[in-house]
Design a protein around this ligand. Sequence first.
Ligand SMILES: Nc1ncnc2c1ncn2[C@@H]1O[C@H](COP(=O)(O)OP(=O)(O)O)[C@@H](O)[C@H]1O
Ligand SMILES: [Mg+2]
Length: 369
Amino acid sequence: MDNILRLVDLVKVFNNQKVIKNISLDIRKGEFLTILGPSGCGKTTILRMIAGLEKPTSGNILLNGRHIENKEPYELNINTVFQNYALFPHMNVYKNIAYGLKVKKVSKPEIRERVTKMLELVQLGGYEKRMPDQLSGGQKQRVAIARSLINNPKILLLDEPLSALDFKLRKKMQSELKSLQQRLGITFIYVTHDQEEALYISDRIVVMNAGSIEQLGDSRDIYERPRTKFVAAFIGESNLFDSTVDSIWEDKVTLKAGNLQIAADNRSLEVGDNVCVLVRPENVKYSLKAVEHFNIKAVTRENVYLGSSIKTIFMSEDGRKIISTNYNRSLKTPKINESVWIYWNPEDAVIINSEENNGYHCREKVMAS
Ligand SMILES: Nc1ncnc2c1ncn2[C@@H]1O[C@H](COP(=O)(O)OP(=O)(O)O)[C@@H](O)[C@H]1O
Ligand SMILES: [Mg+2]
């Protein structure tokens, strides 16, 4: 697939602090790529460098093979949608959307035609005369998106565009944005700290932590095969066990995590390897009897009713919190203080290589520029 944008060994230093640490990333033409990470990890800084609003300290940014790292924003056909909408408060919806074309001295009839098309695209037909303060948050965000898209950008950058909206509206706008991107085929680079939003909306996700890329993959990779403990813990809920390979029998392994004995599928492990085992709460099971290859004895602490699921929190004998989420509500929940044995299907245990925890920087994506 064609790459539209390439970040090569990108570094940004602010006040002697490296906030972007040698990031390399290829972005495909027409994809919906999300940069996901906690607040302060460098997401906005990356977008600002792509948009020409911030110069990299070192490294390169290539747009369709051409260096753009020293270009100014107006030289780039890249537009940004911000969280705070940044609409012109004294202009009505029509003028806000038309602004970019007016600056470019596009003819009045063409402006009218293109603004009308944009208003339809974002479902705001009839709102031309409204002023920004007469719009809801979702409508303002739609105007901001229309105002960016009217310039036919090669890439649209979106920096937490929905985070000011309430839950229901956010869900609705997520689905609108996703279908808009699919219809237009424009490359979207979307920033969020909301992992659920990222899983739902993206073709691919870049998970960032403290200025570095932890993992790049589609939603399923990121959730089901996290490469690092950080990704496992950041995306969804997780039970993580630092452990050591104790024994191997056929395609299964037994691992020791403190006093616990746990089982997993063998993925080319050797006795003595240090690994971390991830088991998602929906895969955690419990039994009133001991289970072969497991010795995780635990006490039931809490059953939390969540509507579509019930979450049960257990405390293991050695003081670990273990979460089990049950979507089958016809199953009986254990009683509080009841002792159970925790287990799972060995194929549901995801092995995270402890050695890889600090070393993954999307290396398979790095190519010489
Ligand atoms: N203009 C700036 N001057 C100094 N430090 C900055 C500047 N912009 C961002 N930073 C710092 O860089 C780090 C990354 O910030 P940012 O890219 O805004 O993170 P995010 O968008 O992921 O929350 C933060 O520690 C932030 O304080
Ligand atoms: Mg930010």
